[in-house]
Design a protein around this ligand. Structure first.
Ligand code: AMP
Length: 189
């Protein structure tokens, strides 16, 4: 059993690396942002939830935990996951650990893509030019980076204490970052 969490500020390349790793290790790419956007599009969630995404704010823990728990519990143990965008709060991290524990599955390793805020900002701005994501505008990007720093980044300490953290330099190009991840994962397995 081998599950991963990909972690890092918006703009660090989580989605891109998660896609690659999903292929390389045959993992199910679990993107909470993508799931939320789909659920809203398919009217499975109140449209009001969209206002959180548009404002760059985190969706309330209670809602997202209920939604994700259902999706994860059905699959965990049958497929191996790479979590992308989840968890983003300590409550979410604890919920994920609890599910793994209940199923007696080894906790997921955390790949942390490290990137300076200024570079992250430049990258998202560049991406926003050819993306149709309504949350990619300067004010919202800054908000997302702020929330990352305040609410999500502290999770790194939680995972480091549990000796599950793998730090990766997120600056180099996509393939180089991927190489570093592969090398470091191999050492841990
Ligand atoms: P992402 O595609 O991962 O950048 O997520 C897009 C947006 O979805 C975020 O800015 C949040 O509004 C919401 N979202 C995604 N994942 C989570 C999460 N784990 N907890 C709370 N909100 C989330």
């Amino acid at each position: 059993m081998f599950n991963l969490i990909i972690f890092g500020p918006p703009g660090a390349g989580k989605g891109t690396q998660a896609q690659k790793l999903a292929q390389q290790f045959n993992l199910y790419h679990f993107s909470s942002g993508e799931i939320l956007r789909q659920e809203i599009k398919n009217n499975k969630l109140d449209k009001k939830i969209n206002s959180y995404l548009n404002a760059g704010k985190l969706v309330p823990d209670k809602l997202i935990i209920t939604l994700m728990r259902e999706k994860i519990e059905n699959q965990l143990g049958k497929v191996n996951f790479i979590f992308d965008g989840y968890p983003r709060t300590l409550k979410q991290a604890k919920m994920l650990d609890k599910i793994f524990n209940e199923k007696k599955i080894k906790p997921a390793l955390v790949i942390s893509l490290e990137l300076e805020e200024e570079i992250a900002l430049q990258r998202i701005l560049a991406r926003s030019k050819d993306s149709n994501r309504s949350d990619d505008v300067l004010k919202v990007i800054k908000k997302r980076l702020k929330i990352y720093k305040k609410t999500t980044a502290p999770l790194l300490k939680y995972y480091a204490q549990k000796n599950r953290l793998i730090k990766i330099n997120g600056r180099p190009d996509i393939n180089q970052v991927n190489e570093e991840i592969l090398t470091k994962i191999k050492k841990r397995r």
